[in-house]
Design a binder for this molecule. Structure first.
Ligand code: DSN
Length: 439
């Protein structure tokens, strides 16, 4: 059993929050597309003594003494990432996804350079140039969109024309709320046409790519691939930056060539952006990448996709409107205004009332603001980790549709919440045992 007995003795105030979170996770349904539950092994590595260590630099070239085991564990993480994704180099030190993306931008571009990325309301990510980010002040982000929001098709020929006009240094393929597949070969050919590098931010689907159930952008010639490690990859919070090229001496600033990308990226993370890497996080990433190499992870990833497709189908059969009318990956975006006549925030709150967590989301060219957008994003990775398959997915959809129907009756919602709780408690969460709070 995973316990916090030392925290309990020393700090009851914090202990209450740790137990509260464990209990919330077990008693609720997690449909936030970017969340997952780590295994006990990942959690133990994350809680390890590596948190005590400063390790600026990279294996074999550190600025502090005492790096025998940090070097070993970071090398394990790097080699596993390279083997899983099929690349020449992996940097495993970025503290999270935003830092990973910023490190690539600063490695490859000069201030004022242009980057093409997907529009936020069409599924792109904040770090792909949303005007509220600091990066949007330093670089010229030009956004592209879906050509047809009913199918999710991207206008690649339109993108080629924009690229010819804007002359970007990077063309970015990636998303946090796009339910369809991207034609990486088309993006790569546009990048080649205009002398840009092709960069993939696969944070949401990296686990599915590692498992071989979704296409790998490296197979279409992409030069750089960033991802967080805590979504479908089911590791701790953290990130990977992977690239083509040859690792050089990180102490010397190299020329900006594709061959030098590994060194440019390593230098961009440290000393460019971060100081001491989080070695406990690196150890946990190494463990998670080891798990992702196992056949069970492929079966898990296949089931994520089946569950998402089934859930999308169920919602649509019940009259809900999904952006692009379905999904090819682990997530879907529901237009709540069209489905229920209420916005995404209201929908999220109704489902939260019955212990089902989703995340409000903009829909393409949303007329509503991001804090009260028209949609909700729903994903299946976490509940698939708990062993749910198609029949359980149907039950979840029934709970959600029922909640919408009885949304104005708090007492009825409370009763439904009890049913949800009872249902999901029979699907264990790794490393959570009710005995932790029952004793
Ligand atoms: N917050 C993550 C997500 O939910 O997609 C991405 O940064």
């Amino acid at each position: 059993m995973f316990t916090f007995d030392e925290v309990q003795k020393q700090d009851p105030e914090v202990y209450k929050t740790l137990i509260g979170e464990m209990r919330r996770e077990l008693e609720g349904v997690e449909l936030i597309a970017s969340e997952n539950y780590v295994t006990p092994a990942v959690l133990q590595a994350l809680g390890s003594h590596f948190t005590n260590k400063y390790s600026e630099g990279y294996p074999g070239r550190r600025y502090y003494a005492g790096q025998k085991f940090t070097d070993q564990v970071e090398t394990i993480a790097i080699e596993r990432a390279k083997a899983l994704f099929g690349c020449d180099h992996a940097n495993v030190q970025a503290s999270s996804g935003a830092a990973a993306n910023i490190a690539v931008y600063t490695a490859w571009m000069e201030i004022g350079d242009t980057i093409l990325g997907m529009d936020l309301t069409h599924g792109g990510h904040l770090t792909h140039g949303a005007p509220v980010t600091h990066m949007a002040k330093f670089y010229n982000f030009v956004r592209y969109k879906m050509k047809d929001v009913e199918t999710g098709e991207i206008d690649y020929e339109g993108l080629r024309e924009v690229a010819k006009k804007e002359k970007p240094k990077i063309i970015l393929a990636g998303f946090s709320a796009f339910p369809r597949t991207i034609d990486y070969a088309a993006i790569k050919s546009i990048a080649d046409d205009v002398g840009a590098i092709a960069m993939a931010d696969m944070a949401h689907i990296a686990g599915l790519i590692a498992a071989g159930v979704l296409r790998n952008p490296f197979d279409d010639g992409f030069e750089v691939f960033t991802t967080t490690t805590h979504k479908t990859l089911r590791g701790p919070r953290g990130a990977l930056i992977m690239s083509k090229g040859t690792v050089g001496n990180p102490l010397k600033a190299p020329e900006k060539t594709i061959e030098n990308l590994p060194t440019l990226i390593d230098r961009s993370i440290f000393p460019g952006l971060q100081g001491g890497p989080h070695m406990h996080q690196t150890a946990a990433i190494a463990v998670a990448l080891g798990e992702a190499q196992k056949p069970e992870f492929k079966a898990y990833s296949q089931q994520i996709l089946k569950n998402a497709k089934h859930m999308a189908q169920q919602f649509m059969e019940k009259g809900c409107k999904l952006v692009t009318n379905g999904t090819d990956n682990h997530l879907m975006v529901m237009d709540c205004v069209k489905s229920f006549g209420i916005n995404g925030k209201q929908t999220e709150e109704i489902w939260e009332h019955i212990n089902i967590n989703t995340s409000k989301s903009t829909i393409p060219d949303d007329e509503n603001p991001p804090y009260k957008p028209s949609g909700v994003r729903i994903g299946t990775p976490a509940m698939t980790t708990r062993g749910m398959k198609e029949p359980e997915i149907e039950k979840l959809v029934d709970f959600m549709m029922k909640a919408i129907e009885i949304r104005n009756d708090d007492a009825a919602l409370d009763t439904l919440k009890g049913e949800v709780q009872e249902f999901c408690c029979s699907y264990p969460v790794p490393a959570i045992d009710p005995a932790a709070w029952e004793t």
